[in-house]
Design a protein around this ligand. Structure first.
Ligand SMILES: O=C(O)[C@@H](O)C(=O)CO
Ligand code: MG
Length: 256
């Protein structure tokens, strides 16, 4: 089975964010991911990782003003100063936590707008250059339009074409099985075709985004396919437990 990373944004919400590291380790995880660490001091997070024997698998760049509805800055032409500042912030947290990859969100923008495309490419080139200097991978993730209406990167083919066209060695695809199923379906074929550019995988049941195995897909079969494809990265458990997080881990015990 692949290496699982507990997503601390969604899992272990029974306790405060800084206590979720110990909770994840106590439940048997050796890796974690989350959306944003920025409300907490980077060295405090590094200490929590170290004390609990955890590897940091992934986090996102600052997304702009989330509470005001922003969902990333990379494709937004009038937010480029803030985008560059977000790169500096993320790289400081990356260096403190030892994470190997960061996810950059495109933002809400019109897919028909050529300026948004140009801006997005320029942002990715800038970030990949800065991140590559420290050995970090940069991930882009297509997000389904039901959960995030107006999100610029909402198609796996769009992401794959962009990665091929830009040909940056550290630009990779974040293949979230939940979004893939909602956008396109055809999950196994997508994994087989896109495996060469996949840098991170996430999983949740569709459509409710709860524990794997509780939705419309055969998640155990999909995870076995990752083994067959020799995927050696992390699988982020980016799901909202339907009840208590630890009680809900029986699907994982059964799988192992
Ligand atoms: O799938 C998701 O929602 C996340 O991976 C993310 O980074 C943006 O919310
Ligand atoms: Mg995701």
């Amino acid at each position: 089975m692949p290496r699982f990373a507990a997503n601390l944004t969604m899992m272990f919400s029974e306790v405060g964010f800084m206590d979720r590291f110990a909770a994840a380790a106590g439940a048997g995880f050796d890796a974690v991911e989350y959306l944003f660490p920025y409300a907490f001091d980077a060295h405090r997070i590094a200490d929590a990782l170290q004390r609990n024997g955890l590897t940091q698998a992934l986090f996102n760049l600052p997304p702009g003003n989330w509470d005001a509805g922003e969902r990333g800055l990379a494709a937004l032409p009038d937010r480029q100063d803030d985008f560059r500042a977000s790169v500096r912030t993320a790289l400081a947290y990356a260096s403190a936590t030892g994470v190997g990859r960061v996810h950059v969100m495109s933002g809400l923008a019109d897919r028909a707008d050529p300026i948004a495309h140009k801006t997005y490419r320029a942002s990715l080139a800038y970030l990949c250059d800065a991140a590559g200097a420290t050995g970090l991978d940069v991930l882009i993730e297509p997000i389904n339009p039901r959960d995030m209406p107006g999100y610029f990167l909402n198609d796996f083919n769009q992401a794959a074409d962009l990665i091929a066209e830009m040909a940056l060695p550290n630009l990779k695809l974040q293949f979230d099985i939940y979004h893939r199923q909602i956008i396109h379906g055809d999950v196994l074929t997508g994994l087989r075709e896109l495996m060469p550019i996949i840098g991170h995988v996430q999983i949740a049941a569709v459509p409710l985004r709860n524990e794997p195995g509780t939705g419309e897909l055969d998640d155990a079969r999909i995870l076995r396919e990752l083994d067959a494809l020799k995927y050696d990265g992390f699988v982020g458990l980016e799901y909202r437990p339907a009840g208590d997080t630890v009680a809900g881990l029986s699907w994982l015990t059964a799988l192992r």
